[in-house]
Design a protein around this ligand. Structure first.
Ligand code: CMX
Length: 138
C-alpha cells in the first residue's frame, strides 16, 4: 500500500465557532471551508497547514460518532486521515492483513473525498481514515 501523505488530522471539539477562533486568532490559520456531513452527524471546519490539513469536528447529534467520542473521552484528536490513490484497494489490502475495517466499501466524506475508516481496536487505539481525492492534485 502507498500512503501519499497525512491528508488531515481531525480534532473533536464541543463548539466549532469557539475552536475556529482559537485556530484563526491564536495560530493564524484561515478556515477555508465549513461543511456539514449529515450521514456522519458532524459539522466540519478545515484549515490548510502546509501539505496537510486540520479538520475540526463538531457533533450535530449526541448519538453520532463524534458526540459519543466527546462524551467518553472529551475533546481531542479524533482520527488521522491518510491520502491514498484508491480507498477500495487500501481497504482490501488492510483486511487481507487482518485489520478490521469499519466501512466495507468507500463512501463520500467532506470535500467530496471518497473515504473509509479502519477500526481503532485493530490499529492500536487510533482511528485511521483512508481518503481519496477524485480529481488528483496530491
Ligand atoms: N479513536 C480511538 N478510539 C476510539 C474512537 C476514536 N476516534 N472512537 C471510539 N473509540 C474507541 C472507544 O473508546 C471504544 O474503546 P473501549 O472498547 O476500549 O472502550 C472502542 O473504540 C469501540 O467503541 P464502541 O463504543 O464499541 O463504538 P462506538 O460506537 O464508540 O464507535 C467507532 C467507535 C470508531 C466504530 C465509530 O466512531 C465509527 O464508526 N467511526 C467512523 C466514522 C467517524 O468517526 N465519523 C466522524 C468523522 C467523519 C468525518 O471526518 O467526516
Amino acid at each position: 500500500m502507498q500512503i501519499n501523505k497525512i491528508e488531515h488530522i481531525a480534532i473533536a471539539v464541543r463548539s466549532l465557532d469557539d475552536s475556529i477562533r482559537l485556530y484563526e486568532d491564536v495560530f493564524g490559520f484561515k478556515c477555508y471551508l465549513i461543511e456539514e456531513v449529515k450521514d456522519q452527524k458532524v459539522r466540519t471546519a478545515f484549515f490548510k497547514v502546509g501539505e496537510t490539513k486540520i479538520e475540526l469536528l463538531e457533533s450535530t447529534e449526541a448519538g453520532g460518532p463524534v458526540g459519543k467520542f466527546i462524551e467518553k473521552h472529551g475533546e481531542g484528536i479524533h482520527h488521522i486521515a491518510f491520502a491514498v490513490d484508491d480507498v477500495g484497494k487500501s481497504l482490501k489490502e488492510s483486511e487481507e492483513k487482518g485489520i478490521e475495517a469499519i466501512d466495507k466499501s468507500k463512501r463520500q466524506g467532506a470535500e467530496g473525498f471518497d473515504i473509509a475508516f479502519l477500526h481503532p481496536k485493530s490499529t492500536h487505539g487510533v482511528l485511521i481514515e483512508f481518503c481519496e481525492k477524485k480529481t488528483k492534485d496530491k
